[in-house]
Ligand binder design. Structure first.
Ligand code: FRU
Length: 481
């Protein structure tokens, strides 16, 4: 009798997972068709970025599950296949050999109606479990943690029949329970999970497992400001550990020591000086060379109605500098995208003067400027500058503060004793600007220059002269090659 019962039960589970799987496949075909249809319009928008990873069409948010496997880098992302606003949360998918050029693949995961992820396949990560790529994500509603595996080199995904693997939060009164970030240490898997506890604040829970399906709750890794920490990232960097959280505002990170499952953290700092709209919900991987590479979601609206919305940042290499602070640089291999080169040296800009760079004009380029500040009080440049309207996007430094786009963002910044010049490493990509400053700060800004003549670069200096020792500019090629 008992055997018969288990047989019937297993058959029921098997046929449920088969139906779930075949329905999932049909839904993915429908979702991909919707994206293809919208792509015709999206591709025509001259503000769609050339060298930032975006969807073929429709909405994108968080980068999910970046991972290196079998000679390829995979990037997944929160994606609404059906429109250019948030909704129908699925995992879009792109693949790359070098994290520079990308190819879009079919959508990897989409919600199954009536199931544990009916209201969304939310953010998560991807790990390689004894050779089997395994995605760990949040299903909604309620928020539960789920897994999906691939047996065909990450081209298609099977949701695990035992989902959810974590069915409820470890404590009462949480404000959210999502976005698993998993890593391996010896034979154990560890997970931090984004949450918040009412009247306590943002929280990241720590779990462990030996098989990715059975999870044991350990303790909160950290608790603090805000009401909810989305998308925690937690990883070693040099001798330190870095925790980054997305608290519905600017992404904050802290460096600290992790021992015996306890994290002793330092000061919190923004990981990007822009507003939340510039950089949010990052996710990272360790690449083939052991470097820690991170991407964030660049939101900022402005293109609704054009059948696309948002993109990911460029890949950023994180390091622990000798002074135990965070180093942040664009992936050096991005230089593969460089096209025509323009070079200017020793350009002196007089006190309260401006200078529009001759020859160059464009809205998709990389620029590196080394500026000798001399005694200048305020210096910088305007990109996407229009001579006609005398407007552009301003990046300015006054010896103690950086200012972006007429006060849209600002941050304290001072040259260190061994830094001779201010180095601005800027990427302008039609409707987004990323600026890296002396390899230790970074800002992302959105802008929507629909006026076609916004293509010049203007240097300025106030109250004293500044010398732009070198300015290198490269036109940039598309990442879809
Ligand atoms: C962050 C976030 C995550 C969630 C996902 C849903 O932007 O809200 O917490 O998993 O987006 O799309």
């Amino acid at each position: 009798m008992r055997i018969l019962f288990f047989l019937v039960l297993s058959l029921a589970v098997l046929s449920f997972s088969q139906t779930l799987d075949s329905i999932h496949k049909e839904l993915l075909v429908k979702a991909d068709a919707s994206v293809e249809q919208a792509a015709v319009k999206a591709q025509q928008d001259p503000l769609k970025p050339l060298f930032h990873l975006a969807t073929k069409a429709n909405w994108i948010n968080d980068p999910n599950g970046p991972v290196y496997f079998n000679g390829e880098y995979h990037m997944f992302f929160q994606h609404n296949p059906y429109g250019d606003k948030w909704g129908n949360m699925s995992w879009g998918h792109a693949v790359s050999k070098d994290m520079v050029t990308w190819q879009h693949l079919p959508i990897a995961l989409t919600p199954n109606p009536g199931s544990y992820d009916k209201d969304g396949v939310f953010s998560g990560c991807c790990v390689i479990d004894k050779g089997v790529p395994t995605i760990i994500y949040t299903g909604v509603n309620p928020e539960v943690q789920c897994i999906a595996r691939s047996y065909d080199n990450m081209r298609t995904w099977e949701k695990y029949e035992g989902n959810p693997v974590i069915a409820k939060p470890p404590v009462e009164n949480v404000t959210g329970f999502r976005d698993p970030f998993v890593w391996q240490d010896g034979n154990e898997w560890y997970m931090v999970l984004g949450s918040g506890i009412k009247d306590v604040g943002g929280t990241a829970f720590l779990y462990k497992s030996t098989n990715l399906t059975d999870w044991e709750y350990i303790n909160p890794i950290s608790t603090g400001f805000g009401s909810m920490w989305e998308c925690p990232n937690f990883f070693p960097l040099g001798e330190k550990w870095l925790l980054a959280v997305s608290p519905y505002g600017k992404v904050q990170y802290t460096l600290g020591d992790f021992k015996d499952n306890k994290f002793n953290h330092g000061l919190w700092k923004p990981m990007d000086l822009g507003e939340r709209s510039g950089f949010y919900a990052p996710n990272c991987l360790v690449d083939e060379q052991g470097r820690r590479i991170i991407w964030g979601w660049i939101t900022g609206g402005g293109t609704e109605g054009y059948s696309w919305n948002g993109m990911l940042t460029l890949p950023r290499v994180l390091t622990l500098r000798d002074d135990q602070t965070l180093g942040i640089e664009p992936l050096p291999e991005l230089s593969k995208l460089r096209g025509k080169h323009y070079q200017y040296s020793d350009v002196a800009v007089g006190s309260d003067d401006v200078f529009v760079l001759p020859d160059f004009s464009g809205n998709s380029f990389e620029l590196i400027a080394d500026i000798d500040l001399g005694t200048a009080r305020q210096t910088g440049l305007d990109v996407l500058y229009s001579k006609e309207t005398e407007s552009g996007t301003r990046i300015e430094f006054d010896n103690i503060q950086l200012f972006f786009n007429a006060g849209e963002a600002s941050a304290p910044f001072q040259l260190l004793p061994d830094e001779k010049t201010l180095r601005l490493h800027i990427f302008v990509d039609r409707s987004v600007i990323e600026c890296y400053i002396n390899g230790r700060e970074c800002i992302t800004i959105r802008t929507f220059p629909r006026n076609k003549d916004m293509q010049k670069i203007r240097l300025f200096s106030k109250k004293h002269k500044s010398i732009f020792k070198t300015i290198d500019i490269w036109e940039m090629n598309s990442i879809y090659q």
